[in-house]
Ligand binder design. Sequence first.
Ligand code: AMP
Ligand code: GLY
Length: 431
Amino acid sequence: MSSNAMRVLVIGSGGREHAIVRACLRSSLVGEVLAAPGNGGMARDVRCVQVDIMNPEAVLALVREAEVDFVIVGPEAPLSIGLVDALESAGVLAYGTNQAATRLEASKAYCKDFLQRHGIPTAAYASFTEIDPALTYLKQCRYPVVVKASGLAAGKGVIIAQDEPEAVASVRGMLDGTLFGESGREVVVESFLEGEEASIMLMVCRDRYVALPPSQDHKRVGEGDSGPNTGGMGAYAPAAVVDETVQRRIREEIIEPTLAGLRCDGIDYRGTLYIGIMITDSGPQVVEFNTRFGDPELQVLLPLCETDPVGVMLACARGTLDGVELHVREGAAIVVVLAATGYPGEYERGESIELPDALPENVEIVHAGTQLDDGGTLRSAGGRVLGVTAFAPTLKEAAARAYAVCEQIRWPGKYYRRDIGVRQLTRERCG
Ligand code: AMP
Ligand code: GLY
């Protein structure tokens, strides 16, 4: 390793973190990469350390013992308990939002209040911790309404209720803890927005930011956007639905007032701001904020970055984003998520997985829920198991390359959607 190359620790164990590990391996700024706790794919690429990432003291001990220079925190859970605050207090450079900033994701009620207070477009809403006021509110709603567990629920704590009885049952189930445990003890009820969704991701350093290309996720488990919501079954970028006009409106009506609002509320925002957008007839509206990269969206954004994303993360962490630009490659990227049959419900784990020996150029297999067993065999260990990413001059070519590799992967429970990117492909076909 060159004398100034850094030792980087990536926190997390999903596809997003495997993609970050790979970006670190490609970066000239990085000499060595560690992951904690990692997964089967990361263990094939770098050293993985079994540490409780929800215990800041344990992470700090690892940072000191392994002489880590820079920590990149992937998932929301450790951000929400203040891992970055603890690292920074100990003088460790870290990329990720602090605990106060992470509330924008960790409490949907807080997020909606923030949006309303700062005049940022979002669906009308009310929040409840008691059933009686909620029942009164639900009587005067227009249906469908969207009922959300306020706390963290891995993208699954949302029910679109078609009528009052369904909304009442959803709110009751959330408030009494049967549906989403502690995450549902506060509930947000909001009006249903019609439109197409897109994800906007920014790397933010206080009032400065760089934007990654717009992307589109596929949240439902089934083809044609059917079945229950998942963490995301596939994504592509750039998403043409966010055209220049929409981009300008997002910048002026959402991003700028959000950064101004954060400043006004005294929040030192450094890290990712993920804006889930609904593009409605009356303009873009915020569906949610997350304070970490989207998974699987990041898997299609990193291949589009010409600028080293690790350098941008470092600049955010150091407070030196001024003058940093993010250059993006021409072309399109796709990721198809391979999940275990049954996900997001019950599914098998521990099934052996065989990957192809060689991959075509610009195609990668990113691991999410995998593990290596004692004999070195790769086994499924989660709901979303693998992602096949491809980059090509056009989305059509990228999709063909990714799907060819999806077919070659062998494991009994393999399931994937065959229509990732289809909206954009249809748009392109119809001009
Ligand atoms: P969230 O966790 O808030 O992003 O919600 C998960 C998914 O539920 C979103 O990606 C949307 O597909 C859907 N959703 C959430 N809020 C609304 C809304 N107000 N109107 C329509 N769909 C929504
Ligand atoms: N793919 C959606 C998310 O990361 O929240």
